[in-house]
Design a protein around this ligand. Sequence first.
Ligand SMILES: Cc1ncc(COP(=O)(O)O)c(C=O)c1O
Length: 428
Amino acid sequence: MLICHIILFKTLRMKSLDVAFVKQQFPVFQTPTGQTLGFLDNAGGSFVAGAVIDRLTDFYRNYKVQPYGANPLSSRAGEAMDLGRQTMADLLNVSPDFITLGASSTQCFNTLAQACVPLVKKNTEVIVTEQDHESNIGGWERLCQQQGATLKFWKVDPATGELALEDLEKLLNPATVLVCVTHSSNIIGTINPLAEIGQRVRSVGARFVVDGVSCAPHSWPNLDELDVDAYVFSTYKTYGTHQGVLVVKPDFLELLAPQCHFFNTPYLNKRLDSAGPDHAAIAALAGIGDYFQALYSHHFTDESLPLHQKARLVSGLMHAHETALCDQLLRQLNTLPIRILGRSTVENREANISLTAAKVPSKTLADGLVAYDIAAKNGHFYAYRLLQAMGVKDLTDGVLRISLSHYNTSEEMDRCAAGLRELLKNES
Ligand SMILES: Cc1ncc(COP(=O)(O)O)c(C=O)c1O
């Protein structure tokens, strides 16, 4: 493991992301608005890579029929869907049997919660956090009410929004059956120490469910290292079509109640498929693989590596680029009369920054930034309980969230900071 890290570090040290090449891969940057707008609302959904759009339109134009039949259109549709699933499996280094594709991550979490009925009974306990997006809280809360189980909140520090391991230790006990935690916060950006959390979760024999939606766009999931029972993320935030990906460990899947039609139960990848998938969107997932491959071939030479390793190397370049931009922006934001929620440095955080000003509403900031050709949004971003715990008074107005992606530029950071400085000039 250490050797892997050293090789990765040495390889990345030599390279930096070619952002001009990246931009060529996204049709939106060839449009007039795409060329001028500094898009800093990436946590809401990233731009879609051209390779994904190509596969989606190919499906719709040429073989949008019920798949897996004998006729040539139907068999082509089935092959394209299989390739989409297999590509996602290759990118994550798991078998496609243990991947469920849903309409969104929220839907995946809700389905997973219902599948956990055999585990969550009276006298059992489920732990969720105040830091999470509601999609990794609400379904568990409803499940506990339905089953007469106890829901416990792992609370954040109101000043920092962060979670302390000692607080988790106080909540864990032999009755705990599930612990549901976000990999990183979609508001404060802090990355949670999953290895340490997982160790504690396992010490009481509980299962560990992780929301990777906010983290995956900044750090492609390394499920080999994470060792969690279930991991969920959204492909519309990782340059793809609008779907949720739910990866469940084989021994965990065995414990769960199937959520599919009874006759589909023998098919592992259908067990948690409650809704019937979007065929074209699944096929288009192969485009995420194409995108990582294109970036890999542009920056690296060893084509013999498996796709998941290529994706991680590319993701390392993306992460380094975003971190540099985040640092540049935070240094400027630190001079403004604002409250940055969470850390004011790049240490152990992804490139999501949320802030409030005492007198200027967050909506005024978001609206005002449009004049500077900057797209950022305000609100609670469904992390309602986190903002509440951190003392944000008007939850509808919420925070201004600035979230970066690897196609952002240094000039956009300066423009965003300059815009905010101007909008806040009367704030003492
Ligand atoms: C951290 C986090 N978790 C979950 C979700 C829900 O994802 P989806 O929109 O795919 O349901 C989001 C969406 O913004 C999110 O940021």
